[in-house]
Design a protein around this ligand. Structure first.
Ligand code: HEC
Ligand code: HEC
Ligand SMILES: [Cu+2]
Length: 485
């Protein structure tokens, strides 16, 4: 039997349980599907009309005890199998709270994994033995399916959605990793291996540099570049924290809640109230949706002004932002924290207990000096309203829109350029050219800001195409013109 592997090895806590249930099912099927037909066949022949030798007196027409027996025993058998299977299923579907979290991205045609300390790998998954591991998985393109036969776990990986899977490996070694989504031949090659290591070897592996292909196709290092003075905490969350500051999220989402958007501290793992009165549990799916399609579910007490970042961020970046937001909450920080290990060295060694504390300050690196941007602007625009070249009434409305939509959060904080004096000026662009900042340029800058990027700035402004009405656009343009004379 050992040379003929009917079953894959058993290398997780689930494997034995799944196999036992499987054998019981096979046993029951053999009894009912294998033995009963032969009995029926035998009786058919023995009592056939042509066989005159059997005794046909004393025919039995009904026998209640017998009928009850053959109804009740199978009932218990099938209900037993049902509850047993359901119990196992629920267990496999409920990741424990303190699991080690690894982010997995499926893409045509590879698996990309990122560990909490930021270590990345392709088509391989290194996990410590005897430790609960939770995979947080999403796809960048089509449906894939993450399958580790030796662990008896398989889960579909879907674009635009997060699915999770968990296991605890029980035997060191290397096991097959497959994509079990067989629509198209290439999925079959998305294989790789799962390496189960001792805790010490895993810690060592985590801090060993290497090279990987990032999900966007570029070459990258397996380890994130260490941040000066910030070598503790949870680097994946740390990278996300920097992204959060650089993308200007922090200018709307301030920790003190004074920004245009809600504070994200202690958001993950809790119930969030929405404007329609319902509430939602904040998990990875909700966070991703809030970033990619913010208008789908709007937080109670806020306006639906957050621009969509769909198409602006890679799946990898969304994962990093999610890891960062999770690190801001007790529930998320705890889950992402690796258990302290004496062998640990490098980034995971110290201070892992408080990633929130180290990551949070990055959110405030974006200058947020003007605490009341709207008020600041109101005074700035009061004077030029009298001069010509723009419609004063529209401009005043635009002033409001500018504040309400959160434009001011970026443009009055230094994340985006100040717009005073912009109109009709010669605008230097990031590509070295210049352009006259006429109405067309203003409109393009709002609807599709990345088309022409202002010199000295990153192309982080999300496009407002389709997010604002023509009226609002006209008001904003008039307002910016009013700043420019
Ligand atoms: C222009 C201001 C603005 C910017 C920039 C912005 N947001 Fe938001 N965000 C909001 C507002 C307002 C809400 C609440 C309304 C809603 O749910 O859409 C919100 C909601 C959210 C939520 C849900 C919060 C909750 O309490 O449930 C998350 C998560 C979020 N944003 C993340 C981000 C990330 C990540 C970025 C940067 C990539 C970002 N936001 C950029 C304004 C902004
Ligand atoms: C998340 C931060 C952010 C938000 C929110 C934001 N912007 Fe911007 N904006 C920028 C950045 C950064 C630039 C410069 C890079 C570029 O040109 O894309 C910019 C550029 C511009 C420009 C061109 C400026 C120049 O000097 O050439 C205009 C006009 C503008 N934004 C208007 C708006 C308006 C109107 C809104 C609200 C509807 C808005 N922005 C919301 C960050 C933001
Ligand atoms: Cu696949």
């Amino acid at each position: 039997m050992r040379d003929f592997p009917l079953f894959p090895e058993q290398a997780s806590t689930f494997a034995g349980q799944v196999d036992l249930l499987y054998w019981v099912l096979i046993g029951l099927s053999l009894i009912f599907g294998g033995v009963l037909p032969f009995i029926i066949l035998y009786l058919m022949v023995r009592y056939h009309r042509s066989n005159q030798r059997v005794d046909r007196t004393n025919q039995v027409h009904s026998n209640l005890p017998l009928e009850l027996t053959w109804s009740i025993i199978p009932l218990f058998l099938v209900m037993g199998v049902f509850f047993w299977g359901a119990f196992l299923f629920v267990q496999m579907r409920t990741p424990p709270a303190r699991a080690l979290e690894v982010y997995v991205i499926g893409k045509q045609w590879m698996w990309h994994a990122q560990h909490p300390n930021g270590k990345r790998e392709n088509n391989e998954l290194h996990v410590p033995i005897g430790r609960q591991v939770k995979l947080i998985m999403t796809s960048q393109d089509v449906i894939h399916s993450f399958y580790i036969p030796a662990f008896r776990v398989k889960q579909d990986v879907l674009p635009g959605r997060y699915t999770t899977m968990w296991f605890e490996a029980t035997r060191e070694g290397e096991y097959h990793l497959f994509c079990a989504e067989y629509c198209g031949t290439e999925h079959a090659r998305m294989g790789g291996r799962v390496v189960v290591m001792s805790a010490a070897a895993y810690e060592q592996w985590l801090v060993t540099p290497g090279e990987v292909i990032l999900p966007d196709g570029s070459a990258g290092s397996a380890l994130p570049v260490p941040q000066p003075g910030q070598d503790q905490g949870d680097p994946m969350a740390l990278v996300g924290g920097q992204l959060f500051a650089n993308l200007g999220c922090a200018s709307c989402h301030r920790d003190d809640g004074a920004g245009a958007g809600p504070s994200l501290v202690n958001l993950y793992g809790n119930q969030e109230r929405l404007v329609d009165g319902s509430s939602v549990l904040v998990d990875e799916n909700y966070l991703a949706e809030s970033i990619l399609n913010p208008q789908a579910r709007v937080v109670d007490g806020y306006q639906p002004i957050m621009p969509s970042y769909d198409g602006q961020l890679s799946a990898d970046q969304v994962n990093q932002l999610i890891a960062y937001i999770k690190s801001l909450s007790d529930a998320g920080a705890q889950a992402a924290t690796p258990e302290p290990s004496p062998q640990a060295s490098g980034p995971t060694a110290e201070g892992t207990a408080a990633p929130a504390a180290t990551a949070a300050p990055t959110a405030t690196t974006a200058p947020t000096a003007s605490s009341t941007p709207a008020a600041a602007l109101a005074t700035a625009t009061a004077a030029p309203a009298a001069s010509g070249g723009f419609d004063a009434a529209l401009a005043a409305q635009g002033d409001q829109v500018f504040a309400n939509l959160g434009c001011a959060s970026c443009h009055n904080s230094g994340v985006g350029p100040a717009l005073q004096g912009l109109y009709n000026s010669e605008r230097p662009l990031a590509d070295g050219s210049t352009i006259t900042a006429d109405e067309a340029y203003l409109i393009e800058s709002i609807l599709n800001s990345q088309a022409r990027v202002a010199e000295g700035y990153q192309p982080i402004m999300p496009p407002y195409q389709g997010q604002i009405s023509d009226d609002q656009l006209a008001q904003l343009v008039e307002y910016i013109k009013s700043l420019g004379n």
